[in-house]
Design a protein around this ligand. Structure first.
Ligand code: CO
Length: 259
């Protein structure tokens, strides 16, 4: 069942997502060769605490950390570790917050120092795909119009979309209906309505779309060892179209994908 949110609820979800966006911005500024992801995890907890907000992922299905840090061929749900990041790595950071009854969820991928042309293009295409998906999140469209826009852009660039993990509704729960695949034919699934709030999150591999989960039960990696990028925003559907809740930019800039 897809729960519609009132404007008042959407403001609360926005607040949680603004905390997420602020934390990710601070973390992104810290990323450099030599820093380790365990330090970034601890900083995310400290920043959340300062905002009187609770990290959403720690303890969720026994996930042991507050931040997901996925390096290079790690796709999502990587564990923070004490091993320092190296020049040329790419790091996906996924963070969630619970505050006053509502969740926020967003993710970014950043380069560590100077990165390869391939890594730059992968990150750029994944981010563009997210914004093209968001653009389709408007009343009257169907759910898979979002999915199709993402897949088309990714595959036109010669990359592939991870099938096994999807975006989701979000609000009073971190994961609500509907599931939002990042691939599919257009014009399918539920009709989109004002009041729907979605976390849209393409995961894109430079090689094939197949992934596998490591022994730790969480870390997802590409099967072929290729690089992977992940961007996520929480958005609300309004009469006027999509509004990005997990951005610090103004909407005009954010919707153009500048944020
Ligand atoms: Co999510």
């Amino acid at each position: 069942m897809v729960v519609l949110k009132s404007p008042r609820e959407i403001e609360k979800i926005r607040y949680s997502n603004l905390i997420v966006a602020e934390v990710l911005q601070v973390l992104a500024q810290k990323v450099a060769p030599g820093i380790d992801t365990f330090t970034l995890n601890n900083l995310s907890e400290q920043l959340a605490c300062e905002k009187n907000a609770k990290p959403a992922f720690k303890g969720y299905r026994d996930y042991p950390y507050s931040l997901c840090t996925s390096v290079n061929d790690q796709v999502v749900h990587g564990f923070p570790s004490r091993s320092p990041l190296k020049e040329g790595d790419i790091l996906s950071m996924d963070f969630g917050i619970y505050h006053d009854g509502y969740y926020g969820d967003a993710a970014i991928t950043v380069g560590v120092g100077k990165i390869s042309k391939l890594a730059q293009r992968l990150m750029q295409v994944t981010r563009e795909a997210l914004f093209l998906g968001i653009e389709q999140a408007k009343p009257g469209n169907r759910l898979s119009d979002i999915s199709h826009a993402i897949q088309s852009h990714v595959e036109a660039a010669g990359f592939s979309v991870v099938r096994k993990f999807v975006g989701h509704g979000i609000g009073r729960a971190l994961h609500e209906d509907p599931q939002i695949p990042n691939y599919g034919r257009p014009g399918m699934g539920i009709r989109l309505k004002p009041g729907m709030v979605f976390a849209i999150e393409p995961m894109v591999n430079a090689g094939g779309y197949e992934v596998e989960t490591l022994e730790d039960g969480w870390t997802v990696v590409t099967k072929d060892g290729s690089l992977s990028a992940h961007f996520e925003h929480t958005i609300a559907i309004t009469e006027e179209g999509p509004v990005i809740l997990s951005t610090l930019e103004d909407q005009g800039a954010a919707l153009k994908g500048i944020a």
